[in-house]
Design a protein around this ligand. Structure first.
Ligand code: SF4
Length: 262
């Protein structure tokens, strides 16, 4: 079946695989800035929000966005477990880039009290901890949007290699889009962009952290190691869950106080 023309995409309805194919075809040769302009200004994906970790390479996407739509919603998962340096870096980038749409998403206090009162769930059940502190807060927030924009790059991990720019968000069945405008960028291009625009660096990169998540689950990486090998070191876990198929099924519409199934 032929893909529908982009102009006929009904952004008030769930996106389909045909919509995704049409968008990828249309923007196959577009620049990263043109993709962002189409999404954040022209609204080809409906209501869209960025999701940023304010990590090692986040400044590149945020800088591109600041030149196109500085008021775009930027969702930050304030898990309560970040390095103080990450929170300071978030504030530095907001001020430096003039971002006015950053939204801090925090875990539900009632759920935290019931399921992680000691704050140590990460040490014996990191999947459950990520569900409380990342997956559920993001799913609730994204229920108000048609698409999310990620900073994922193909070189970062096997699970990210070969991803398209536009894909269906399979974390739930809402028919939302997930957009990966930097998926083809490599480390050299990212570094060159940061140099060219003199962007502030996350202070932990120079200390041996090429990939930065929550403090308890991020360790230094030795030269030659996979950049994400310091994440959840010692666990059979490579992603926090916000990109895992089905991770948010049936939880995006639940009210505050929802109890995870563990
Ligand atoms: S990365 Fe670690 S501390 Fe952060 S939410 Fe996941 S398990 Fe918890």
């Amino acid at each position: 079946m032929a893909a529908r023309p982009i102009d006929r995409i009904d952004t008030s309805a769930a996106f389909t695989a045909e919509d995704v194919a049409a968008l990828n075809a249309r923007y196959a040769d577009a620049s990263t800035a043109d993709v962002l302009r189409a999404v954040l200004v022209e609204g080809v994906a409906g209501r869209a929000a960025l999701v940023s970790s304010f990590g090692a390479e986040s400044a590149v996407l945020l800088h591109l966005v600041s030149g196109i739509a500085p008021d775009a919603p930027v969702l930050f998962l304030e898990t309560g477990k970040h390095f103080p340096e990450t929170l300071a870096y978030r504030d530095t980038l907001i001020a430096h880039l003039g971002l006015t749409g950053v939204i801090n998403l925090t875990p539900d206090a009632e759920v935290l009290a019931k399921k992680d009162d000691a704050g140590l769930r990460w040490s014996y059940d990191p999947d459950g901890c990520c569900e409380i502190r990342k997956v559920i807060p993001l799913a609730k927030a994204l229920a108000g949007y048609d698409a999310s924009v990620t900073g994922r790059k193909g070189f970062q991990a096997e699970t990210r290699a070969g991803l398209p720019i536009f894909e269906l968000d399979t974390t739930d069945a809402a028919g939302r889009l997930k957009i990966n405008p930097l998926i083809d960028w490599n480390a050299t291009r990212l570094a060159a962009y940061m140099d060219e625009h003199d962007l502030p660096r996350h202070p932990l990169v120079a200390q041996g952290y090429p990939s930065i998540g929550c403090m308890p689950c991020t360790s230094k990486v030795a030269p030659g190691e996979d950049p994400r090998s310091g994440r959840w070191r010692g666990w059979d876990k490579t992603e926090c869950g916000i990109h895992v198929e089905g991770a948010a099924s049936n939880i995006s519409d639940l009210p505050p106080g929802y109890e995870p199934a563990f």
